[in-house]
Design a protein around this ligand. Structure first.
Ligand code: GLC
Length: 595
């Protein structure tokens, strides 16, 4: 009976696999995929560019202000009639200062290895010459130049990979294209499948045929695709034109995906092999000078080293100005990261995720070549006394150095790791200094997952948590102290304008020797009743919390019971679902008590 069940499950898995993998690569082995993905994982760092006719407007049209934060959505937000958008927005797109060479050089000098450029966004307007539709830059604007051609050429010149963003599902111009909610202009009326077979297929065939190698296709937005079978079928045909292309996960909900996308959410942990964070510098993807929520260059640099330390890529977005130049804030951030990359890029390229679960002073990456291992420590908190303990390394150390400095640094083995001493008192870099540890024998590292105490309780605190954050709103949780006890402050829903709760998460990886059931107590403080908290591993606890009557009035509350399996378990704590209350709450700890 068990065997039969196993065979049925196996058959279901196979069926799912065959139908689920709808790309041209469905027969590819893991190793073949790794070879195809090699340049991408080696690169770690790329530039997203959102630029189009919408860049002309700054969140305002004919005296009306756009409600949404995203500049490229203005036509939808203000329901601008097709004819008016074509005349006032597209017709005024004249980026006379545009120089593809300058753009690509910025990316190159920042140490980025690929570019993903918007070729047609939701407004339906194409930035390349096209026989498919005359709604394109060459036919409709005074500028008349094919910027995709110029950019793809410049990428070749500088040795960068060139990728294209293409909005296949939404198109607010071409008849039949998808518009969220209701269409607002008769010209949008039409048959979706016909639109897909003519406009999407025609456009992407042109993109995949006329510009040499296209290294990546960044479809958008899968959930709005109206006919996923058709999208998958056309997608499968199209990738044959670019046999090595890497495909993002947004062609359709069931299409081939070569990597996982994290949009505006900086993940604390990764569960798949290939991953990419895309992030804006302010809130809008496209240029919107009235949006002044610029992220600090040091934060962006740490976002890069963070993604590298968890084994993912960072696609950093720039929204160029309507005249074709980069905004000053982008130039400054790129320069800042570029200066750092010049000295430290060996800690980025060709690296793998950190071998440590969590380091108290920062993060890390690993590079292994011909039996030689380099561990790069990204030190965010430089030790004032010049001594840094790295727990978990059991190896003899060949050498330790600071990237960008000549002298080697003294190191000794300790009972549970290594001690690096005589470091300079001042951090070599104000945000991310890098210490390189070289090891010439096979690695012996204890990752340092959270483990049970001798009394069989497990303490999960902000200090041993990994965080997933959504930085475009002003609510990144941070560690604060109350009576010397750490807690997460500013733990609340990130999206006040909608009722979605897609904000912050804390994760813990716990290693247990035997499977067992645990009682879970949450220690928290809040000044409202009814906050929802969710704790997930294989099971899910979804609990309404009482008021503790004060943001520092910490109390324990029993959430329920969970089971931990032998080995490594991931526990994730977050708020509730859409429309559930997630007001401010301070989280001090989770205590797991073995039953
Ligand atoms: C979303 C937005 C779109 C943006 C994209 C980038 O799909 O609708 O404007 O281009 O995210 O990730």
């Amino acid at each position: 009976m068990k065997k039969l069940r196993f065979v049925i499950v196996l058959m279901l898995v196979c069926i799912h696999y065959n139908f689920g993998q709808t790309g041209a690569y469905e027969k590819e082995t893991k190793a073949e995929k790794a070879a195809r993905m090699q340049w991408y994982t080696d690169a770690r760092f790329g530039m997203f560019i959102h630029w189009g006719a919408y860049s002309v407007l700054d969140g305002e049209y004919k005296g009306k202000k756009q409600k949404g934060a995203l500049g490229e959505w203005i036509m939808f937000n203000l329901k601008i009639p097709v004819k008016d958008y074509k005349k006032d927005v597209v017709g005024n797109f004249n980026p006379t200062e545009f120089d593809a060479d300058t753009w690509v050089k910025y990316a190159h000098d920042t140490g980025m290895k690929y570019i993903v450029m918007t070729t047609k966004h939701h407004d339906g307007f194409a930035l390349f010459q096209s026989e498919t539709s005359d709604y394109n830059i060459v036919a409709q604007t005074p500028f008349k130049r094919d910027v995709i051609k110029e950019l793809s050429d410049a990428c070749k010149k500088y040795g960068l990979k060139f990728g294209v963003y293409y909005s296949q599902a939404q198109d607010w111009y071409h008849p039949g294209g998808f518009t969220p909610k209701k269409r607002w202009d008769n010209q949008q009326e039409g048959d979706y499948d016909t639109y897909f077979k003519t406009i999407v297929k025609g456009h992407v065939t042109e993109l995949f045929s006329n510009y040499g190698e296209i290294s990546l296709i960044w479809w958008d937005s899968a959930r709005k695709v109206q006919n996923k079978e058709l999208a998958n079928e056309i997608g499968r045909e199209l990738v044959k034109l670019q046999p090595n292309i890497i495909v993002n996960p947004r062609l359709s909900p069931t299409s081939q995906k070569d990597f996982q996308t994290f949009e505006q959410v900086i993940p604390g942990i990764l569960t798949e092999d290939y991953n990419e964070l895309c992030l804006t510098q302010n809130r809008s993807w496209s240029y919107k000078p009235s949006d002044t929520n610029w992220k600090e260059p040091a934060f962006l640099l740490k976002t890069l080293t963070h993604m590298v330390s968890i084994g993912g890529n960072f696609l950093f977005n720039v929204g160029p100005k309507p005249d074709g130049t980069f905004p000053q804030q982008a130039i400054e951030a790129l320069q800042y990261i570029g200066d750092w990359m010049e000295v430290h890029n060996e800690a980025i390229y060709q690296t793998k995720a950190s071998p440590f679960y969590k380091l108290p002073f920062g993060e890390a990456a690993l590079k292994s070549e011909n039996g030689q291992h380099s561990i790069y420590l990204f030190v965010y908190e430089w030790p004032k006394d010049g001594t840094l303990d790295v727990l978990g390394i059991k190896n003899n150390i060949a050498s330790v150095s600071i990237l960008g400095q000549k002298n080697t640094i003294s190191v000794t083995n300790t009972a549970n790791g290594i001690r690096i001493s005589d470091l300079p008192k001042k951090a070599p870099h104000e945000a991310v200094s890098v210490i390189k540890i070289q090891i010439s024998e096979s690695l012996q590292i204890d990752e340092g997952y959270v483990k049970p105490n001798l009394d069989n309780t497990i303490q999960l605190t902000p200090l041993n948590a990994l965080l997933t954050i959504k930085p475009q709103y002003d609510c990144i949780p941070f560690v604060a102290y109350h009576n010397d006890e750490p807690y997460f402050a500013n733990w609340k829903n990130c999206i006040p304008t909608t009722k979605k709760n897609t904000g912050n998460k804390a994760h813990w990886k716990i290693e247990v020797a035997k499977k067992g059931r645990y009682k879970v107590n949450l220690r928290y403080a809040t000044k409202v009743a009814g906050n929802i908290i969710t704790l997930k591993n294989k099971q899910r606890l979804h609990v309404k919390l009482p008021n503790t009557n004060g943001l520092t009035n910490f109390q324990s509350f029993e959430l329920g019971e969970i089971e931990l399996t032998k080995g490594i378990n991931t526990l994730t704590l977050t708020g509730g679902k859409k429309n559930e209350l997630w007001d401010e709450i301070q989280i001090q700890s989770l205590e797991l008590i073995k039953l």
